[in-house]
Design a protein. Structure first.
Lengths: 144, 454
């Protein structure tokens, strides 16, 4: 059975405002989970990287699609000299039909903690208005 | 994060408790809005704190200010140093350990924004409310008796001060001591109010009766022109087989006579414990030996007998003829028209010196027989000459009571004689009420009293 996929994009720069010469970005689940009868295992997923500007793109299984829904991704950056650095350690990706940036993902991770015990849902004003009923346990952040 | 939100998030909605979507703020732990630039002040979002009143030593109260405010990182309370009022974190505790006059307390919620959110409530801690722990006793005294001193703290608890009303009427308070003077005749109800330090009060009342002291050696014989029939004096009575055939007067010229043995009252009555004559409630009565004066006042001391038909004897039987039923144990012989009967009614009726105005036979009965206790009755009549019997109305209503004395006074009993008479019967029969010397006159018309003699 196919499982959910959400496209994540990102662009990496150095603190000196230069394009980071990364050669790889990998995402690794913290634990296994389940969706649609499938077991989602924790093997690393490599993003497609443009070594010229550090931009990357990857299709990942969204954490909130899992039966447990409490897994996280850890990121690792690899550089042209063969070195590597750990990136974000607790990335929580929410399912989306449209691509998200890593900044979107990071915000959603922080915002989910900020609105607890509410559930977090980020959507457009139109999507929000179309919702009926509104869940009393959810904080709706309107993107726009 | 704020930069991200400012670029990508336009609003936050949550659904309130009523199910309605409502705009919401999104703030960080410091109370800083993540939706707009700048710091949001704390807001009062919970229920207001209700005014609180307690009593020293009473229940404590705690309020979690975190439930009252949103966006606060600290709290304050003002005025500070109120006794028993403490603030620990967000928990405000009131331990009523001392009296606090009504005080407006302001609690504040703070963060780094210069404007705090405030709530106010009125806090009062009262002293313990005074209570009555022992009713004030009624006082029955005689003029000249020693003053009575009552320690009010044995009757009230938790009182700081006392007051008595009416003032200037022989009852005074000094500190916590009530002084009752018997210097003058009185018959009144006094109210003592006990008040604590915060103005709460409780009151209790007592009756003070200060009776006149009879003139030494005074007897009804001193009433000018009166016939005094003393049925406690065996020397004046002709008795055979416990039946009384005649009572001779100790003063005056009217005797009580019953020649028919079957109608003779009995010699075994008791009024206030004093042996007297018993009217059985079954056709026992005396005739007066001579006509009474046209205008006369008839006084008698009686004590009703619960087992006798007092209601019928004194109150009449309303099933017979309500308009003519007798209400006094005096009777006319012979037929008299109802009009004459009504015009010959009693002008005033006093029981133990106090004017009575019963509106029904039932209330008249109650007045004649107060708790089956001895009582003195005084009927002033304008047409007494037709009355020829004592103890029965015409053959239908019979007195069921013991009678100790009958005094027939020509005209009206004077205030002075009334005072002495009441003091006399009080001393002799323990009739406890104090004479009232008012000359107020009640008439059948204006009082509503219906006391007819048939």
């Amino acid at each position: 059975m196919p499982i959910s996929q959400t496209t994540i994009t990102g662009s990496v720069k150095t603190p000196a405002n230069r394009e980071a010469k990364i050669t790889g970005v990998t995402f690794q689940l913290s634990d296994l989970d389940y969706e649609a009868g499938e077991i989602i295992v924790a093997n690393p997923i490599a993003a497609t990287v443009d070594p010229e500007n550090g931009d990357f793109s990857v299709a990942l299984w969204p954490n909130d699609a899992g039966m447990d829904g409490n897994t996280r991704y850890a990121m690792t950056f690899a550089f042209s000299d063969g070195s590597s650095l750990p990136g974000l350690k607790s990335v929580y990706i929410r399912a989306s039909d449209t691509p998200k940036t890593m900044e979107d993902v990071a915000f959603e991770t922080k915002a989910a903690a900020a609105v607890a015990p509410y559930e977090l849902r980020v959507l457009t004003q139109a999507e929000y208005e179309a919702l009926s009923p509104k869940a009393p346990t959810t904080a709706y952040l309107i993107r726009g | 994060m704020r930069d991200y939100i400012s670029r990508h998030i336009s609003a936050v909605y949550v659904t309130d408790a009523k199910g309605n979507p409502a705009p919401s703020a999104l703030v960080d732990e410091a109370g800083v809005s993540l939706l707009v630039s700048g710091l949001l002040p704390p807001r009062a979002t919970g229920a207001a704190i209700a005014d609180w009143t307690g009593a020293v030593g009473g229940k404590r109260a705690t309020f979690d200010l975190a439930a009252c405010f949103t966006g606060a990182t600290s709290y304050s309370v003002s005025p500070k140093n109120l006794p028993g009022v403490t603030l620990a974190g967000s928990v405000l505790t009131i331990a009523p350990t001392a009296v606090i006059a009504p005080t407006v307390v302001t609690v504040g919620a703070h963060n780094t924004h210069p404007t705090p959110a405030l709530m106010t409530f009125t806090l009062s801690v009262n002293a313990v409310a005074p209570t009555v722990i022992g009713p004030l006793p009624d006082q029955i005294l005689a003029v000249g008796d020693a003053d009575i001193l009552l320690a009010l703290d044995t009757h009230f608890a938790d009182a700081a001060s006392y007051a008595v009303s009416p003032e200037g009427q022989g009852v005074t308070i000094s500190g916590h001591t009530l002084t009752i003077s018997a210097a003058a005749e009185r018959n009144a109800i006094y109210k003592v109010m006990a008040t604590n330090g915060t103005g709460q009060s409780v009151s209790d009342s007592f009756t003070l009766a200060v009776a006149a002291t009879p003139s030494p050696g005074w007897t009804p014989a001193a009433i000018s022109g009166a016939s005094w029939l003393d049925m406690t004096d065996a020397r004046t009575m002709t008795v055979a087989d416990n039946r009384v055939a005649r009572v001779a007067p100790r003063s005056g010229g009217v005797s009580l006579v019953q020649t028919t043995a079957a109608h003779q009252p009995y010699a075994d009555g008791a009024v206030g414990g004093v042996t007297s004559v018993r009217f059985s409630g079954a056709r026992t009565f005396f005739n007066f030996s001579k006509p009474l004066p046209a205008a006369a006042t008839v006084c008698f001391v009686m004590q009703s007998l619960g087992s006798c038909t007092l209601q019928s004897a004194l109150g009449g039987d309303p099933t017979v003829d309500a308009s003519r039923a007798p209400m006094v144990p005096l009777g006319q012989q012979g037929a008299v028209s109802p009009e004459v009967v009504r015009s010959a009614g009693v002008v005033t009726w006093r029981r133990n010196g106090e004017l009575q105005a019963p509106k029904t036979r039932g209330s008249a009965y109650d007045l004649l027989s107060p708790d089956m206790a001895p009582s003195l009755h005084e009927f002033q009549m304008t047409a007494a000459s037709g009355i020829v019997a004592f103890g029965a109305a015409p053959f239908k209503y019979y007195l069921g009571a013991s009678v100790a004395e009958v005094i027939i006074v020509p005209g009206v009993l004077s205030d002075n004689d009334r005072t002495n008479l009441n003091a006399y019967v009080r001393a002799k029969y323990g009739i406890g009420e104090v004479p009232v010397t008012s000359t107020t006159t009640a008439t059948p018309t204006d009082s509503g009293a219906v006391i007819h003699i048939v």
